[in-house]
Write a protein that binds this ligand. Structure first.
Ligand SMILES: [Mg+2]
Length: 241
């Protein structure tokens, strides 16, 4: 549980930015099985209409993956903002990939830690360590060294995962970019998320005069909190009631 106060209900002058995994859907061991809860897509549709379209899903998932799990009728930012689709827009079929030399270096490190697992996400490479948490520190150190020659890339640690990300894969920059255009322009941004990459977007939302909601336990820049996806949906439901 988080000790932060509950956020006010989203209203007509806000722009709402929602993370997916751990925020709208519970985290599962297999990311392939994660989906919105029953009725969730319809509720997002309704809420987006109430906000004149100013609702975006902002995820670390590849945009094609995110789009397969969420309504096409809302804005979607995938790959931590690498690719952004407007309502109704389908993502390009082909995705850019991380450099071969980087992937090879990450593979060398990851295979040296049995139980650690690579998930290629286009230009982003995720390295999951849920089953080898005792090696997280040494794995992170080795990955940082492996990535160092690739100046555009950095390593960010999230929940049971490291991610090698190019500098433009940044939820804060994605939020800022969307806020510069209609229907977001002139609204007050609210970022809701559960993990470290969401903190980047929370800080930008707050810098732009908005606010942030931390989902679940843990330190956060946010001034408001919700205990988990279930409470997020209760909050969203109340907003459209
Ligand atoms: Mg998340």
């Amino acid at each position: 549980m988080t000790n932060l106060p509950s956020p006010p209900l989203p209203h007509g002058t806000l722009a709402l930015f929602l993370d997916f995994d751990g925020t709208l859907a519970g985290i599962q061991d297999d990311p392939e099985t994660v989906a919105l809860p029953a009725g969730g897509a319809d509720l997002l549709d309704t809420l987006a209409a109430q906000l004149d379209g100013a609702l975006a899903l902002v995820s670390g998932r590849d945009i094609r993956d995110l789009t397969a799990r969420t309504p096409l009728s809302v804005w979607r930012a995938g790959g931590h903002g690498l690719e952004i689709c407007r309502p109704g827009e389908a993502p390009a079929e082909i995705r850019a990939l991380a450099p071969d030399t980087l992937m090879a270096a990450v593979e060398t490190v990851t295979t040296s830690v049995p139980g650690a697992r690579i998930e290629p996400k286009g230009e982003v490479i995720a390295i999951h360590y849920r089953s080898v948490q005792e090696h997280a520190e040494s794995l992170g150190k080795a990955l940082t060294e492996a990535i160092a020659p690739h100046e555009n890339y950095s390593l960010q640690q999230g929940k049971m995962v490291f991610e090698a990300k190019p500098s433009h894969a940044h939820k804060g920059r994605a939020l800022a970019r969307m806020m510069q255009q209609p229907p977001f322009l002139g609204r007050v941004p609210v970022m809701v998320g559960d993990d470290t990459t969401d903190e980047d977007a929370m800080r930008v939302a707050m810098d732009l005069g908005g606010w942030a909601v931390k989902v679940g336990p843990g330190a956060s820049a946010a001034e408001y909190g919700l205990s988990g996806p279930e409470e997020v949906w209760t909050w969203l439901q109340a907003a459209v009631a």
